[in-house]
Design a binder for this molecule. Sequence first.
Ligand SMILES: Cc1cc2nc3c(=O)[nH]c(=O)nc-3n(C[C@H](O)[C@H](O)[C@H](O)COP(=O)(O)OP(=O)(O)OC[C@H]3O[C@@H](n4cnc5c(N)ncnc54)[C@H](O)[C@@H]3O)c2cc1C
Ligand code: SF4
Length: 508
Amino acid sequence: MPRTIWVLGDQLGPDNAALAGARKKDDVLFMVESPKHLGKLPYHQQRLVLLISAARHFAEGKRKEGWKVDYYPLEEGATWEVALVAHVKKHKPERILVAQPNNYDEQQAVEKLVKKFPIEILPTRQFLVPRTDFISWAKGRKSLLMETHYRRVRQEFGFLMQADGQPVGGRWNFDEENRKTFRDWVKAGRPRADIAPVKPDKITREVISLVEKKFPKNPGRAADFWLPVDREEALRWLEDFVALRLAGFGPWEDLMVQDEQLLFHSVISPTINLGLLTPRECIEKAIAACEKGKAPLASVEGFVRQIAGWREFINGVYWLKMPEYAEVNGLGAERPLPDFFYTGETDLNCLRQTIAQVRATGFNHHIQRLMVLGNFLLLAGIKPQEALRWFLEMYVDAHDWVMAANVLGMVLHADGGFMATKPYAAGSGYISRMSNYCQGCRYKTDIKTGPEACPFNYLYWDFYARHEARFAKNPRVGMALKTLKKKSPAERKAIADSAKQFLGGIDG
Ligand SMILES: Cc1cc2nc3c(=O)[nH]c(=O)nc-3n(C[C@H](O)[C@H](O)[C@H](O)COP(=O)(O)OP(=O)(O)OC[C@H]3O[C@@H](n4cnc5c(N)ncnc54)[C@H](O)[C@@H]3O)c2cc1C
Ligand code: SF4
């Protein structure tokens, strides 16, 4: 009896557990572009092009290899259930194998379908750390330290480890060598490494037209699509990163330069999140470059930390804490998201540039997300669920599993500090050190309150003043609270007045 291998849209690679034992001769691949999933939110047009084109390329590639593929394109409008009914009628499979979905809602939906169809869900292999393993490590802990998780993964997989059990280079962390400032970048002669966008092929061009027709009001321009859509291209993109940008990744990891969008970042998140790349191969290629002397250890460790550390940790927290996590609002933030997050019309230059970039490309690098957008959303007290929704809509690499803990936990501290011991709150000092945004801004970083002052300055102190009691026992914010306490009543009033005036102006 034939079996069905159900391939979900973000399981398009060699780590798909359902494909592992599949037989080309007997089994049928089943794939659906469900309008329910693709139309759940008004997603950036380029995100939709990526998802649909990658799935179509995968199916096309499998057909060429001789597989039977039963594919339900968006134009047919079939939900998973409708498509399954049609598929079962046609192919009468004895069993339908599917790897665990990566997102909670999808997992729930598949579990519901198990009652109606002979579906077997297999543990996902798309992450280094199995879900159950992370959960048993994390269970019972009041808060989680990414660093502890990261060292555990490095030891278990032997990534950058010596035979004596010590980390290569004698240290776990090379932050001191990394994270150079904008001024350092200028002094170094403004190093850059261009990334060539991928030229859309026939399938992608058709998908671009489809997205333009079906989702005309969604943000972004489908026609400007620029990313890899199949494994071959994704591997080439990774090789390019390792050869051309990995060496500069560490030093320029936190840098932000107006009109220099990608700098030395890998931009592999759009493809690794669809399974087109595996986390292990990304890490191993970076380590191999280090061993051949083509990239310094500090950069390579920084990159390995992102994948083996942060990526796995974020996924672990998600599965540990869902579904309650989606509703957390530990700081009681209730302000609606300002409209300018969609229009980009704001006179805060750092926000204007970052939002313009995501509108154009569906992408910002990590520090833009965390220290510009995220920092602003935190300080302004924006409701976490509204912020999460915006991030989910706007980014090409967005998926619920990766957005939830990044936005709610890391950025907005809405989980009560479960995954970040202190809020990533900062005044203008950080942005002006790491970028040149302030040079083109009407606000002044050296003015602390009033209409000319950079809003990050007074919003930062207003944030701690609002939450003084809550953070009183947190030693990691002790310095900030001590400085706040030293401010005179007049200074505190000026801060509160400036914040009130500014925040009143962004409320719709
Ligand atoms: C508010 C916010 C929202 C984010 N949303 C997403 C998202 O929707 N999808 C997404 O993949 N990442 C997200 N991240 C994490 C990170 O910003 C992106 O993975 C990274 O910017 C992607 O660019 P890159 O591939 O060039 O990454 P690099 O800087 O080159 O890092 C390499 C890889 O490490 C992984 N990684 C690094 N940091 C994280 C992290 N915090 N969480 C998960 N993976 C990480 C990614 O797979 C990334 O591709 C978010 C971070 C923040 C602060
Ligand atoms: S001055 Fe303030 S608002 Fe303007 S770019 Fe700098 S940090 Fe952003």
